[in-house]
Design a protein around this ligand. Sequence first.
Ligand code: AMP
Ligand code: TRP
Length: 333
Amino acid sequence: MTKRVFSGIQPTGNLHLGNYLGAIRNWVRWQDEAPCIFSVVDLHAITVRQNPAELRAQTREMAAAILAAGVDPAKAVLFNQSAVRAHAELCWVLNCVARIGWLNRMTQFKEKAGKDREGASVGLYVYPVLQAADILVYLATHVPVGEDQKQHIELARDIAQKFNNDYETELFVLPEPVITGPATRVMSLRDGTKKMSKSDPSDMSRINLTDTADDIVSKIKKAKTDPEVLPESVEGLEGRPEAQNLVGIYAALAETTPQAVLAEFAGKGFGVFKPALAELTVSRLAPIATRFRELLADPAYVDSVLREGAEKADAIARPVLDKVYDTVGFLRP
Ligand code: AMP
Ligand code: TRP
């Protein structure tokens, strides 16, 4: 089967190191391997309340950040989700395939809805069904994501399988999650047991792609650690979530393994390791930040990329949606 890659990211908040290492950097790698479709998922964003003007601005900013990180519109399709109507349309059909019991098991809904489940939007509840539609409408085979999205991709497979069974068809392809690299789960700099997240109230917990070199140095300097020196092997990092996280980040940025990082820093304390990590981080992120600022100054260019991307995406999605409509028995007069 020919490969096709789809992935998405919400336009809420700035891109941080977790998104970059866990997701976007892998997108950049995939674009040379297979046809790729990447989306800024604004339909998903409104599952929680958004300010309209901010949503528009952040959608453009996220697209600029993705381009700055190296996604090349000459190789990959990049668009914002709402510009391709097929996502919402397929989502409706899939809402009628997915089971309530399946959605009740989704851990991200439980986290995001918190204590006030009754007050959460219905959209937040069916969020994973829309995500399934995103993937299935392109018949994507591979979905590069961070560890936290594994459950949603498995749900997309279940939905695809049930549709195929119910309608006795082989229309949908079962997508595979691709979770690779040493940093599929980058943790908060303040608490090694919590993932780095754009929704963390403390900006010190994350490194943003927009941070200056000074910000990065100071955040790494103040990152939570323990008083021990670095061990000789990765087993020695067990029970030391903060140390494990920083070593993982170093390995990911240096494109090596945590073991190789420890070979270099074993026996050294954080007084030595942190400045090395800060320097590496600044050197890797600085070119991206520079390009990001250039793109922000040229919104017309970013919009033109998104417009052309939406046209290309639509050309792939529309015929699939038409087949779905025929399959479920919609009259097309
Ligand atoms: P989100 O920011 O939740 O829209 O996620 C966008 C992409 O980044 C998804 O593929 C996530 O799995 C990935 N991601 C988000 N936070 C992290 C993190 N702390 N570590 C690794 N990947 C992450
Ligand atoms: N839910 C994903 C996240 O939180 C974003 C997303 C939406 C996505 N649709 C997708 C990721 C389709 C992969 C494939 O990051």
